[in-house]
Design a binder for this molecule. Structure first.
Ligand code: JFZ
Length: 499
């Protein structure tokens, strides 16, 4: 009986540890038993070089998913793929009535039509700059394997399309001319490559084929670094298949090689795994790569979940569609308010927020994307200082919005305006720095601040009330900028009740 209990307890502990250490999103806790590892992280846990500091300061980024899937735009022969289907860039592999029939002769021939007459990388870059993006991630090659640059290593590339020109080059140059850092998205998984397989290779023949695939992947990555030496990093994807997972020796050496060739290169946690198959975080709970790349269409619920790691959140406007989606009707598409909320959640927890755009087959953004970009532009014109180069602020959470901080400046971006127009800021009673000056960004007027020492029993906080002018109206979130300084008088030492 007693033995059974002990066994059960052991099992529970085991399940618990496994569960938590296996998690690469959600709250983190390090496994209790540390393993001897050869294929752990290559770079230090918290890089402090200039490239990584620049990454931390971006705040807002743009993702662009563009490729052959932009032509169908989530529809095949007039049938919307939305019913029973996922993201539009996956259209080639769908099954059921919405899928391309005979895709080898249909989807795989789309490149013969790829001739985006309206494509103007400079126009995209200007829009991104205006909306406030500090970096961008561009799909050089998605899962369908079609390369948007003239790769020597596969005939399935842009030079075979009527467009012919190097799209990656145009994008890299145009964005960098606007002062926007460029990262290249690269899918490891490739649907139409005869050497690719998803399961771990077994026979000698499979092993040889997959080794060809790995060599090809390495060649393409070296080629990208050589062709576009000014890029800041890679954003890897499609690394979940067992074929890639078992190739940890190869991928470890490849990561080293890429980093040696390109000092400062930034690679997220979705590139490789350790020798026990642990992805994103190794068997000892250490982040693999320079930042956590798992916050895709999801948000950490609490700052503590991030355990001090750098991270980015990449986000679609439709529920799940990265490539062009012709028809947005009947879908909930995120509003500019939603996006601002997610942006603030991200930067308030030391993350970058990356908004995805999926241009159509001619090279035009979706009208819904244009609308959001111009609304973000309006907002960022006034408020971007609450977004760039800010850090998590160690203040008690506010129900009114999100804090960000830059040295002695504290920003509170208000989403929930109090009906009495008093924005109450909670500050720990022992705080050395409290709000001493406040104004609303875009409004040249000092706001009245009153110390409200509410005197609640056992309350660790004291309060500073910022009076918002009732004449100030805003139909979007707005930012209270506060200067922090020494409290004029210490919080009254009211007696705590004795019970
Ligand atoms: C991947 C791609 O399959 C997708 O098409 C898109 O490019 C996106 C940015 O990345 O999709 C994923 C990858 C990982 C997760 C979810 C979707 N994930 O880990 O939750």
């Amino acid at each position: 009986m007693k033995n059974n209990w002990i066994r059960l307890l052991g099992l529970c502990l085991l399940l618990q540890t496994n569960q938590v250490s296996a998690q690469w999103t959600g709250p983190k806790s390090k496994p209790q038993v540390q393993k001897e590892l050869t294929y752990g992280p290559i770079t230090p846990a918290h890089r402090t070089d200039a490239a990584m500091e620049a990454f931390r300061n971006y705040g807002l980024g743009q993702f662009i998913h563009w490729g052959l899937y932009a032509i169908p735009g989530n529809e095949w022969e007039g049938i919307s793929a939305r019913k029973g289907a996922a993201a539009s860039e996956w259209i080639r592999t769908w099954s059921g009535p919405t899928a391309p029939k005979d895709w080898k002769n249909t989807y795989d021939n789309l490149y013969k039509q790829f001739n985006p007459k309206d494509f103007d990388a400079k126009k995209w870059a200007k829009q991104a700059k205006a909306m406030g993006a500090k970096y961008m991630i561009f799909t050089t090659k998605h899962h369908d394997g079609f390369a948007l640059w003239p790769t020597k290593y596969s005939p399935y590339n842009i030079t075979k399309s009527p467009y012919k020109k190097d799209i990656v080059k145009e994008v890299v140059e145009a964005y960098q001319a606007e002062g926007i850092d460029v990262y290249l998205y690269f899918s490891i998984l490739e649907w139409n490559n005869p050497d690719y397989l998803s399961k771990a290779p077994q026979s000698l023949e499979e092993k040889a084929k997959y080794q060809n695939f790995l060599n090809y992947t390495r060649n393409q990555l070296l080629e990208l670094l050589k062709n576009y030496p000014t890029i800041k990093g890679f954003w890897f994807d499609g690394t979940w298949d067992q074929s890639w997972v078992q190739a940890y020796d190869f991928t470890y050496k490849l990561e080293k090689e890429l980093r040696e060739l390109h000092p400062g290169l930034i690679i997220g946690s979705r590139f490789r795994n350790d020798e026990f198959g642990k992805r994103h975080f190794d068997s000892n709970g250490q982040l693999l790569g320079d930042y956590e790349q798992g916050w895709e269409r999801k948000m950490p619920q609490a700052y503590e979940w991030l355990a001090g790691n750098d991270w980015d959140a990449v986000m679609t406007i439709p529920p799940n569609g990265w490539g062009y989606m012709k028809d947005w009707s009947g879908l909930y598409t995120k509003t500019t308010d939603d996006i601002l909320d997610l942006l603030l959640q991200s930067v308030s927890m030391n993350g970058n927020f990356v908004l995805n755009f999926g241009p159509d087959g001619h090279g035009n953004m979706h009208p819904g994307e244009d609308k959001i970009a111009s609304e973000l532009e309006e907002w960022m014109k006034v408020n971007s200082e609450a977004i760039y180069a800010v850090r998590h602020a160690e203040f008690p959470l506010s129900k009114l919005g999100y804090y960000t901080q830059k040295d002695s400046i504290l920003y509170l971006t208000i989403f929930n305006r109090p009906v009495n127009n008093i924005a109450r800021v909670a500050v720990p009673k022992n705080a050395k720095a409290v709000p001493i000056q406040a104004n609303i960004l875009g409004l040249d007027q000092a706001l009245e601040i009153k110390h409200a020492d509410v005197g609640f029993d056992l309350d660790k906080n004291t309060y500073y009330d910022i009076y918002l002018p009732s004449t100030y109206l805003s139909d979007r979130a707005f930012v209270i900028k506060m200067e922090l300084g020494s409290p004029t008088k210490s919080s009254q030492q009211l007696m705590e009740a004795k019970m």
